[in-house]
Design a protein around this ligand. Structure first.
Ligand code: FCB
Length: 460
């Protein structure tokens, strides 16, 4: 149980995991992937109508070559955990074909996390949380319909088997998918991510089934080889405005009434619920960024029938007086508390552990060196206060992973949004610690936060 002690600090439970989260395509930047267009995203990055510049042409932040330095940064931050993802496209070249060089990269990464210089178990072990797929899929599978084709789920199972056989002795915490809901929303509703379909609900649900099947198969495969492993899913959860909840059914046709309830069910709960019903969820990874208040978008039309309104998701409509980050995402720490203590979620989870697998603050900048990021320190502190409060009220939260370690590639938004605790020069790839890096090091070291620490105001 967490506590608030006399020096006005908030302590987190013993053995709490403190880490950062990253994803292969957002940091690695292997030239072989970029040039060979091995993944759907390495193709997509060239779409001028979809991806904002600069993109670094898929080189991301050169983690592939600077991985040792990056692990030193992680260890220098007193972190006892690290969430990364495997590069499915580089590892899995075709049916039954796995690339040895690509596989060695993760052997080295895991050794760095787990061993000291003499090759012995490190005293400051950094627990790997491995994500099997973080959005990008191999081109050879994307060409055959990606997740819409159930063969992708079968190949995902084989990929998982390869991973668990090779790394299962070192990885105890597995995340099958990252944010199926975000992948589906951007890939099949707005169409700004691959495979680029807009308002195509038939494909949306076809891919949904594929992702679900993939999760079930991966879960079973890991457990078969490694029964002690813990297997979960990272889902993006929004704190939804509740203004239309509890409205009488007759209001279905008006305003946001039903759509908001349906969106909440589909976005926040449905996938998790299915995994639990199939008994394939040991923990939940919560990625939390913002509160979403929606207004319907009357311009959105159903792909199959232009006469049908498909304003299912609506449009982002932040409260006029609320603070936002430079991407327009409302900063709403209270929402993390609400998500973690949400009755429907906690009832569904039946006490399963929760890890905050992502939470972070973006500032959009050119390549200048801004390391005085008091706004990010405030963001972290306020969200941790919210997590602490939720834990005190019974939420079984066991870890927090900040998004992200480095200023990385941010999908359709290109290289400009900077989420890192460490600044990266996107030309020279030089890393420079920001003030938030020092702050987060202190949090991890003390297993908590000091409330009276001075924090700078959030920039306008
Ligand atoms: C999440 C993604 C992650 C990153 C953050 C900002 O939705 O999982 O890859 O892009 O948003």
């Amino acid at each position: 149980m967490s506590s608030q002690n006399r020096t006005n600090s908030l302590k987190f439970p013993n053995k709490f995991y403190w880490g950062t989260a990253t994803a292969a395509f957002q940091i690695e930047g292997h030239p072989e992937e970029a040039l060979g267009k091995l993944s759907d995203w390495s193709e997509w990055i060239g779409r001028k109508d979809k991806v904002q510049k600069p993109t670094n042409d898929g080189r991301a932040v050169n983690h592939y070559e600077q991985m040792m330095e990056d692990v030193d940064l992680i260890r220098g931050m007193n972190n006892n955990a690290y969430r990364f993802s495997f590069n499915w496209a580089r590892l899995h070249r075709g049916p039954g074909e796995f690339d040895e060089n690509a596989a060695k990269f993760y052997d080295t990464l895991l050794d760095q996390l787990l061993q000291d210089k003499a090759g012995l178990a490190h005293k400051a072990r950094i627990e790997p949380f491995a994500t099997i797929v973080h959005f990008t899929i191999p081109t050879w599978l994307a060409k055959e319909g990606g997740w819409e084709n159930s063969n992708t789920a079968n190949e995902f199972q084989k990929f998982t088997e390869f991973l668990v056989k090779r790394y299962g002795d070192r990885i105890k915490k597995w995340v099958t998918h990252n944010e199926p809901n975000i992948f589906l929303g951007f890939g099949y509703e707005s169409g700004i991510w691959p495979p680029g379909h807009s308002n195509d609900w038939n494909r949306y649900f076809q891919a949904y089934q594929g992702l679900l099947l993939g999760h079930q198969l991966a879960y079973k495969t890991i457990k078969e080889h490694n029964p002690d492993a813990q297997v979960g899913l990272a889902q993006n959860l929004y704190s939804y405005e509740s203004k239309d909840e509890g409205l009488h059914e007759k209001k279905w046709q008006s305003a946001n009434a039903m759509p908001n309830a349906v969106r909440k069910q589909l976005h926040n709960y449905a996938f998790i619920e299915s995994c639990i019903e199939m008994d394939t969820l040991d923990f939940l990874g919560v990625n939390y960024y913002t509160r979403f208040s929606y207004k319907l978008n009357p311009k959105a039309k159903d792909n199959a029938d232009p006469n049908v309104d498909s304003s299912f998701w609506g449009e982002l409509d932040p409260h006029p007086d609320s603070e936002t980050n430079s991407l327009g995402w409302e900063i709403y720490p209270e929402g993390l508390y609400k998500v973690l203590t949400d009755k429907k979620l906690t009832t569904m989870l039946e006490g399963r552990p929760i890890y905050i697998t992502e939470n972070g603050y973006s500032k959009v900048e050119e390549n200048e060196l801004d390391i005085e990021d008091g706004y990010r320190i405030k963001f972290i502190r306020d969200h941790l206060i919210a997590v602490h409060r939720a834990i005190n009220e019974g939420a079984n939260v066991r870890g927090y992973f900040h998004w992200s370690l480095l200023d990385n590639f941010e999908w359709a938004l290109g290289m400009k949004p900077r989420f890192g605790l460490v600044h990266v020069d996107h030309t020279s790839f030089v890393r420079t610690k920001k003030k938030s890096y020092d702050y987060y090091s202190g949090v991890a070291k003390n297993n908590g936060i000091v409330l009276c620490s001075p924090v700078a105001a959030t920039p306008a």
